[in-house]
Design a protein around this ligand. Structure first.
Ligand code: NAG
Ligand code: NAG
Ligand code: NAG
Ligand code: NAG
Ligand code: NAG
Ligand code: NAG
Ligand code: NAG
Ligand code: NAG
Ligand code: NAG
Length: 268
């Protein structure tokens, strides 16, 4: 006597079909509230925001990781690592865990015409600078005249003191440029993810910084959960995979084999 005929008498096949059917219907109508709440959203303009990112001030903070809070500023997504450094998010590449940012002062700091006065460090953030960025240097109050291929910063220059920006590769190649740099007061370096299909020579320093720079991040991988059509989140300091049938610990397939095993026994 096999297991099947032991637990399943005549008419079992019909019962099994009914069970399978009701389980399918149940799955199609039941939508977990947290799963629903963690649908990708946006600030109005800009990229989709989903795990590990979440929008500050909304009750659904569990849809992201605590370190990846985004604020909506004028319908644009903004990231900040301190009270004074704010970055617009141009693009989020979820596939390779990287994010394209533009420093907000490029648009807003009219006193300095959007020319940076401080180096920025990403050391105490969950992000790393991508090696694909180019270094873009600003030199201020130089007493020699910079060469033509540099980008003048007119608002910080007068007839005797010159300020300009230049890509790092150019610095290492030009002897004359190096002698100019030795006459400058201060230097600041920023990072630019150069779009090769643009003509850098016709741009000014602010257009160059508006291309943005790339950071990458490491967060608990959401791949298994997303492949099982779940949405990742973080609750009580633990990773959660929100699924249509409720929260799971890693992926929506967790525990599924149990249900399917019993259905298999019945149908077989
Ligand atoms: C981002 O800026 C806001 C407002 O100034 C501040 O309350 C928050 O602490 C900042 N976030 C970080 C990580 O410093
Ligand atoms: C991630 O992918 C995007 C789109 O393909 C690409 O532009 C970006 O450079 C990549 N990021 C890194 C860090 O390579
Ligand atoms: C991010 O970039 C750094 C180099 O700056 C690299 O060492 C690291 O592996 C990258 N991390 C990810 C998750 O791609
Ligand atoms: C240029 O020099 C002046 C006078 O020494 C100083 O006030 C100003 O802060 C300097 N500019 C920069 C960007 O260092
Ligand atoms: C040019 O700027 C420098 C530094 O800001 C200042 O010391 C100098 O007096 C200025 N020169 C003229 C001619 O305005
Ligand atoms: C900024 O960093 C560059 C090197 O990356 C350094 O030469 C420069 O002195 C730094 N500037 C300030 C103001 O710390
Ligand atoms: C690069 O610049 C070209 C021309 O301005 C633009 O069409 C394209 O979208 C840019 N690519 C990226 C990745 O920003
Ligand atoms: C863009 O140009 C830089 C050097 O100017 C090069 O290192 C990089 O590989 C190029 N990127 C692409 C996508 O062609
Ligand atoms: C840079 O060029 C753009 C136009 O291409 C212009 O709107 C902007 O004011 C310029 N910025 C500076 C600092 O000159």
């Amino acid at each position: 006597m096999n297991l099947h005929s032991f637990i399943c008498g005549a008419g079992c096949r019909r019962l099994a079909l009914v069970l399978v059917f009701t389980s399918l219907v149940y799955r199609a109508v039941s939508e977990d509230a947290q799963y629903e709440a963690c649908a990708p959203r946006s600030c109005g303009y800009g990229p989709n925001i989903r795990y590990p990112f979440w929008i500050s001030g909304e009750p659904e903070s569990y849809c992201g990781h605590p370190d990846f809070e985004i604020t909506c500023g004028g319908m644009l997504p903004v990231l900040n690592f301190s009270d004074s450094e704010f970055f617009y998010i141009k693009e989020i590449f979820y596939a390779n865990h990287s994010i394209l940012l533009v420093d907000a002062f490029v648009y807003h700091d009219t006193d300095t015409c959007g020319a940076p006065r401080h180096n920025i460090s990403f050391e105490r953030t969950p992000f790393n600078l991508s090696p694909t960025n180019d270094d873009f240097f600003f030199y201020y109050n130089c007493t020699s005249q910079p060469p033509d291929f540099t980008y003048p910063v007119d608002c910080a220059s007068n007839s005797t003191h010159h300020s300009f920006a230049v890509f790092h590769e150019d610095v290492s190649q030009e002897i004359y440029l190096n002698s100019v740099i030795s006459t400058c007061d201060s230097a600041v370096s920023v990072h630019v993810d150069v779009n090769n299909s643009t003509s850098l020579a016709t741009m000014n320093y602010s257009a160059i910084m508006e291309m943005g720079f790339l950071l990458n991040w490491t967060a608990i991988n959401c791949g298994n959960c997303e492949e099982s059509e779940g949405r990742c989140g973080f609750k009580n300091s633990a990773f959660v995979c929100f699924c249509q049938d409720g929260p799971h610990s890693k992926s929506c397939n967790d525990g599924k084999w149990m249900r399917e095993f019993f259905l298999f026994l019945l149908v077989d």
